[in-house]
Ligand binder design. Structure first.
Ligand SMILES: *[C@@H]1O[C@H](CO)[C@@H](O)[C@H](O)[C@H]1NC(C)=O
Ligand SMILES: *[C@@H]1O[C@H](CO)[C@@H](O)[C@H](O)[C@H]1NC(C)=O
Ligand SMILES: *[C@@H]1O[C@H](CO)[C@@H](O)[C@H](O)[C@H]1NC(C)=O
Ligand SMILES: *[C@@H]1O[C@H](CO)[C@@H](O)[C@H](O)[C@H]1NC(C)=O
Length: 316
């Protein structure tokens, strides 16, 4: 008798959940896809290592890494291909979530996928990020063989420090894509032409506004390198079934160890004049950064009832 009741109840529940709901029906079996369209020089290599450690240990998600490090802007065809690729991966792994990482400017995967898909990212102080990107680019070109790719328009520039660049030329050119310094705004703004930083830094308030609204809408999580421990804590708390253990891996392997990718001899300090000039030119990037910082602090406070912990100087 009891068995019968259970069966009937289960059947009825099934019948209720099976009600045709047009949108929901289509993707009931598609697992969650988390897209990490990593902004360069924000500690994303560290983040990738942490994700790989969690993936290797617990397989709570399938981690898919891209080998395309340079094409941030995706044509309509590229977008379709990536969309299909994510769907393919999702089908292969049954119901396991996937985490996909690649440096690329945001795009909307479309309503059929958006119910099961969200973006994450990590940001960093824009001035530190610009200097890190600039020094890294020069360093890469220094160590690259003459037949290997170098982002710089000319290899004769490899000894030009940021101070020299800013004081002798067009400072806004020094912090642009031709010198390996990309805009973080572009990564959240997307594929529209107003989001394109290929030739010059983003100075358009519409691009900033779009970046902010995409963050609100598509990015439940954007961490900050200056708050790396608290950021990981928030990420793990928000998605415990997926990111369990990520904070502990950080504590075990990276705590109190600065993570450098550009060797010390290839990193140059800047003088106060350069700092003032660059801060002014990065005004919109700072606005985005402060927007994300406020949002992060609010999210963190709401969950943990305390302020997140700031730690500077971890990565260059
Ligand atoms: C994860 O596992 C793979 C395969 O065993 C290994 O090559 C890789 O180094 C591991 N990653 C980390 C970060 O330990
Ligand atoms: C996705 O899978 C289909 C069928 O297996 C295949 O034909 C297609 O090439 C795959 N697409 C991508 C982008 O991986
Ligand atoms: C850069 O500096 C190094 C070391 O001082 C020097 O050997 C090299 O010729 C310089 N390269 C250019 C392109 O100025
Ligand atoms: C640069 O600015 C800092 C404070 O922002 C100040 O302490 C320092 O004295 C300044 N350096 C020079 C050379 O003016």
């Amino acid at each position: 008798m009891l068995m019968f009741i259970i069966i009937v109840t289960v059947y009825q529940l099934h019948a209720i959940t099976e009600q045709p709901k047009k949108e929901k029906c289509v993707h009931r079996n598609i697992p969650i896809a988390i897209i990490y369209n990593r902004v360069p020089k924000c500690g994303s290599t560290l983040m990738n290592t942490l994700l790989e450690l969690v993936f290797n240990k617990s397989h709570t998600f399938r981690f898919i890494t891209s080998t395309d490090y340079t094409n941030f802007r995706l044509s309509a065809t590229d977008q379709l291909r990536l969309r299909q690729q994510i769907l393919n991966y999702s089908r292969q792994v049954n119901s396991t979530p996937i985490v996909y990482e690649q440096h690329f400017h945001f795009f909307d995967f479309g309503f059929e996928m958006n119910n099961n898909l969200f973006y994450i990212n990590q940001l960093r102080d824009p001035l530190k990020r610009a200097l890190s990107a600039y020094d890294y680019t020069l360093h890469r070109c220094k160590i690259a063989g003459s037949d290997e790719p170098c982002v710089l328009s000319s290899r004769s520039l490899i000894n030009i420090t940021m101070d020299t660049c800013v004081s002798t030329g067009d400072p806004s050119w020094c912090i642009s894509e031709p010198n390996g310094v990309s805009s973080a705004i572009s990564f959240f703004c997307g594929q529209l032409s107003i989001c394109d930083d290929t030739y010059k830094p983003i100075t358009n308030y519409a691009a900033l506004a779009l970046a902010k609204s995409n963050i609100e809408r598509y990015y439940p999580y954007v961490g900050l390198l200056e708050y790396i421990e608290s950021s990981l804590e928030l990420l793990e708390f928000s998605y415990p079934a997926i990111f369990r253990g990520i904070s502990e891996f950080y504590q075990t392997y990276f705590k109190d160890k600065p993570v450098y990718r550009t060797p010390a001899e290839s990193r140059y300090p800047i003088n106060n004049k350069t700092r003032t000039t660059l801060r002014r030119l990065l005004k919109l990037e700072f606005e985005l950064y402060y927007f994300v910082q406020k949002r992060f602090i609010d999210q963190y406070r709401q969950i943990f009832h305390r302020a997140p912990r700031r730690q500077d100087g971890k990565v260059r």
